[in-house]
Design a protein around this ligand. Structure first.
Ligand code: CO
Length: 137
């Protein structure tokens, strides 16, 4: 089994502060990591849930994938991040199994991770992110 954990469930929201406040009031959740990823055009807040995270995310410019998702689909679950030991090997395996790579090769993600996305088409409707922890992380 190449997947070792659910790393995160990513939820696209219009108002990140409002969503963080809601998770705080409802569940006592605290933000453990906050990051703007310029390359992807997203602002995200990670809330720890056991060994995993809920990732609340919003777009910072109209052409970002999250902004386009919010525009067409509205708020909701955007992707599932699966933790893997070796992102490149997992990407190779998923493509060999008929999955469609969005990233041809692993690339930097948030928190110093190495990630690769797999298209929902070919993965039964779910956008998948393969997440390799940073060394020692
Ligand atoms: Co993600």
């Amino acid at each position: 089994m190449l997947l070792t954990q659910i790393d995160h469930v990513a939820i696209a929201v219009h108002d990140l502060e409002a969503a963080v406040g809601y998770y705080r009031r409802a569940f006592g959740a605290e933000v453990c990591h906050r990051e703007v990823i310029e390359r992807d055009g997203v602002d995200e807040a990670l809330l720890r849930v056991g060994e995993s995270y809920v990732q609340l995310t919003t777009g910072i410019r109209p052409d970002s994938p999250i902004s386009r998702f919010l525009e067409s689909r509205g708020e909701g679950v955007h992707h599932v991040g699966y933790r893997v030991e070796d992102c490149a090997a997992a990407l190779e395996a998923v493509v060999a199994a008929g999955g469609r790579a969005i990233d041809d090769a692993p690339r930097p993600g948030s928190r110093g991770t190495t990630v690769a996305f797999v298209h929902p088409k070919g993965s039964f409707g779910t956008l998948i992110e393969l997440v390799e922890e940073p060394p020692g992380g």
